[in-house]
Ligand binder design. Structure first.
Ligand code: ADP
Ligand code: SF4
Length: 689
């Protein structure tokens, strides 16, 4: 049963005319599905309702066609036609007594309108501020535009009510919402009654909220999401000004939703930001207004949550990522199952769904965004099929998730691991600078596995195909992972790069095993995710003189998708790492390396004592291939299936491995679907012309 220390988290709270059943507040978050996959997004929110959240929000919803953020896929509420799909989401949110919230966004200076081709409107005429530096500027709104926009907000509010929502969040945070654009002197350079003094800059928010109250305020709560500090110095909407704004407008919204800075600031990965990182920014704000306050900070610990409430900092615990990794977070706390919480690791892979317009993924929760597409539930799984036993070879994220989920289905599972420790790559990577929280991928799974009598773990057991054939397991899952290659094969070099054997070349595996070079070290990063940058940090910490060379225009290029690229660059510069961008590695000599410009191929000699090769990985699939070669003997050995999964099939980030492990367990003993699509898909219906 629930620990009484957490009772405070379950107190009902009023938000204007409505009451939340507890203090667990899922703040708006993107998911990659949006308007393209509304049923998938609705089912995902429905799972959170089942998981016990008191308040559940949509992602940002574009409330008028004159402001949209293509290529990003969010929700749209442009006309009555859009109501049924968002009504479906509201209904899913309300299934277990949660309040259904919708975030209305007018993106102003952040909306390039690549789809609608409308001229963007903003408080002042400035270039559009997006991730992609679109060559588009906004027109400054005149008084008629402002009047129109007020009316559009009212129209949107009426539609949200028709759709069944209880709460509206007006987006004015992260640099993304028009309310911030009016409030900040950086984006509001007007000289009329909407610009200049804070009183004037607040006018737009006051007017819109007043208008909305008139039409929906008797039944719906209206919240305002602002950043605690725009993080661009005094010219921006600073923390001091935010406090003045809240003090002056103390009763303006029904709840203050406090985010932080840009999205990168707010959703900082665990590599750079601790849990409750925004505490100092939020402290004292609650005393400025009688309205409740929600704040975020990647809260995964119920103790920290309870402290935030008891200390009077927050009234609601805001969660986006922790609710993705663990949709059942409130329920598990309520049921006294704190040890079963699947804690977010702060890797920000979930954000890549939005950034790449793919489908959202979560490293910890492989069922995320598959609730409707594949019918996957984070807590429920079908009982086992016809066979009884599973041998899993390798205990990385793929193997451990396969073991956890197969055991839940009721199979007798054995996990054989060559090393003395379970966890595969995670066991190594969690020791790297800033990545300790990633260890939760292993800790969660090992704990779950250890609770079950039907899983046997065998450390120090490097298996060969012969042994596997002799054991008599019915299903064999090969999750033997991958190794980093030393020969430089990746994108610049598709065959091994020319190298003098006198130059020591280290791989990430060497460094993670404690074999760190010394002296002048060149790190070649043709992988482009976190590893090159992390190893540069490690080598610099160990006293090496580090030069990081990458053919990309950015350090750790792909981490733009996890919102940490700029922070990584800043960190490396701070550590004295020399960064050479747009530069390849043509050849490794005995004295050092020959670098080449990726545009002109002009060459430069660089002396060094060692090279660290962050190129690509080779699948360790030998056991699988050996087993495959003996396929004709499988039946005699009692083997019904042999599958290759995770990095052993194709190396990718950890989230791909947990997904592969989960899918393996779900698919075990299921009917062959032949050429059919393995998931449901939303298909747009044609209009009648
Ligand atoms: P993934 O990310 O796909 O889970 P990892 O590289 O993290 O892959 O984990 C693979 C694990 O498999 C490693 O811990 C490795 O020691 C183990 N392994 C590799 N080959 C064998 C084998 N023949 N028998 C048992 N374990 C193995
Ligand atoms: Fe947390 Fe990573 Fe899952 Fe996002 S993808 S919710 S950061 S574990």
């Amino acid at each position: 049963m629930r620990d009484p220390r957490y009772d405070i988290l379950f107190e009902p709270q009023k938000i204007g005319p409505v009451t939340a059943k507890n203090r667990f507040y899922q703040v708006p978050h993107c998911n990659g599905g949006g308007y393209r996959d509304p049923s998938a997004a609705a089912a995902m929110r429905g799972i959170k309702a089942e998981g016990g959240w008191g308040v559940i929000f949509t992602e940002q919803t574009e409330m008028h066609h004159s402001s949209e953020i293509t290529p990003f896929i969010e929700l749209r509420l442009w006309e009555d036609q859009d109501i049924p799909s968002i009504a479906k989401m509201a209904a899913a949110m309300k299934t277990h007594g949660a309040l259904a919230g919708i975030q209305l966004a007018y993106s102003g200076i952040n909306g390039p309108n690549m789809y609608t081709k409308e001229v963007p409107l903003a408080p002042s005429a400035l270039p559009i501020r997006t991730f992609t530096n679109d060559p588009v500027q906004a027109r400054a709104m005149d008084k008629t535009d402002i009047k129109n926009l007020r009316r559009w907000f009212v129209n949107a509010a009426k539609r949200t009510k028709l759709a069944g929502f209880d709460l509206i969040c007006l987006y004015g945070a992260h640099g993304f919402g028009i309310f911030q654009h009016f409030l900040s002197r950086a984006t509001n350079q007007r000289s009329d009654e909407y610009g200049g003094s804070l009183e004037n800059r607040s006018r737009f928010a006051r007017e819109v909220i007043g208008d909305m109250r008139d039409v929906v305020g008797d039944t719906m709560g209206i919240t305002l999401r602002v950043s605690l500090d725009e993080t661009i110095g005094n010219l921006g909407f600073s923390n001091a000004e935010v406090r003045d704004f809240i003090a002056i407008n103390a009763e303006l919204p029904d709840l203050w939703d406090l985010a932080m800075g840009t999205w990168e600031d707010c959703s900082g990965p665990s590599r750079f930001k601790e849990e409750a990182a925004q505490e100092q920014w939020v402290t004292g704000i609650r005393e400025l207004s009688p309205r409740p306050v929600v704040g975020v900070g990647r809260f995964t610990s119920p103790d920290v949550m309870a402290r935030m409430i008891k200390s009077g900092r927050l009234d609601f615990i805001g969660c986006a990522r922790p609710s993705i990794a663990e949709p059942f977070l409130p329920r598990k706390i309520d049921e006294g199952r704190v040890d079963d919480i699947r804690e977010c690791i702060g890797c920000n892979i979930c954000i890549t769904g939005d950034m790449t317009q793919g489908m959202g993924r979560c490293t910890q929760n492989p069922t995320w965004m598959e609730e409707w597409r594949r019918g996957w539930h984070p807590e429920k799984i079908a009982t086992k099929g016809a066979s009884e036993t599973v041998l899993i070879i390798g205990s990385g994220p793929a193997g451990l998730e396969a073991a956890r989920a197969a055991a839940l289905r009721g199979y007798d599972v054995a996990v054989a691991e060559a090393r003395s420790e379970f966890g595969g790559r995670v066991t190594l990577e969690r020791t790297l600078p800033g990545l300790s929280a990633w260890g939760r991928v292993v800790d969660y799974r090992l704990y779950q596995i250890n609770q079950r009598p039907n899983v046997q773990l065998y450390p120090g057991s490097k298996l060969s195909a012969d042994e596997v054939m002799a054991f008599g397991f019915q299903n064999i899952c090969v999750a033997t992972g991958s190794n980093w290659r030393a020969d430089g094969v990746s994108r610049q070099h598709v065959v091994p790069m020319p190298a003098d054997a006198n130059m020591p070349v280290f791989t990430p595996d060497d460094l993670m095993a404690g074999r760190v070079p010394s002296g002048r070290v060149v790190i070649f990063d043709d992988d482009h995710y976190y590893m090159g940058g992390v190893l540069a940090e490690l080598c610099a910490q160990k006293g090496c003189q580090v030069t990081l060379i990458t053919p990309s225009a950015f350090v750790s290029d792909w981490t733009a998708n996890t919102l940490e690229q700029a922070t990584i660059h800043r960190r490396l510069v701070g550590l004295g790492v020399k960064i050479l961008l747009n530069t390849g590695l043509a050849r490794i000599h005995g004295y050092g390396v020959e670098a080449n410009c990726t545009y002109t191929d002009s060459r430069a000699r660089l002396e060094c004592d060692a090279v660290v090769m962050v190129a690509s990985r080779i699948s360790q699939d030998a056991v699988y291939l050996d087993l495959k070669a003996r396929e004709t003997d499988w039946a005699d050995a009692g083997i019904r299936s042999v599958k290759l999964i995770g990095d052993a099939a194709a190396p990718a980030p950890i989230a791909w491995a947990t997904f592969a492990g989960h899918r393996y367990a779900r698919d075990l003993d299921t009917a062959d679907i032949g050429d059919a699509l393995p998931f449901r898909r939303e298909v747009t219906a044609l209009q009648n012309d």
